[in-house]
Design a protein. Structure first.
Length: 102
């Protein structure tokens, strides 16, 4: 008998904002990423203040927040090398929303 799963892939039912903030190191073009429970992802935030606070944790001068659409953030995440496999909304860092991109 076939069974229909409510959400077979984590992140499909998550409601990401249409616009998010990511952090970028302008001199090198590197982006702020995060690892939660072994899942690596591009960090994003629904507010610029969240992105700026996250950027302060990164030991690199020149980190700046950048507002982008969800689709643009997803493309940036896809362009990151492995082990980046997701886009992570980190408004609650202990329980991030994860959108897998590969």
């Amino acid at each position: 008998m076939n069974q229909l799963l409510d959400c077979p892939i984590l992140g499909l039912t998550s409601d990401f904002p249409e616009r998010v903030f990511i952090v970028k190191h302008l001199p090198t073009g590197k982006y702020g990423c995060y690892c939660h429970d072994g899942v690596h992802g591009l960090a994003c935030f629904s507010s610029e203040s969240g992105a700026r606070e996250f950027a302060q944790w990164i030991d690199m001068g020149g980190m700046q927040s950048e507002e982008v659409s969800f689709d643009e953030a997803r493309e940036v995440a896809k362009d990151r090398p492995m082990p980046i496999v997701s886009l992570m909304l980190l408004d609650n860092m202990s329980d991030p929303q994860i959108h897998f991109i590969r």
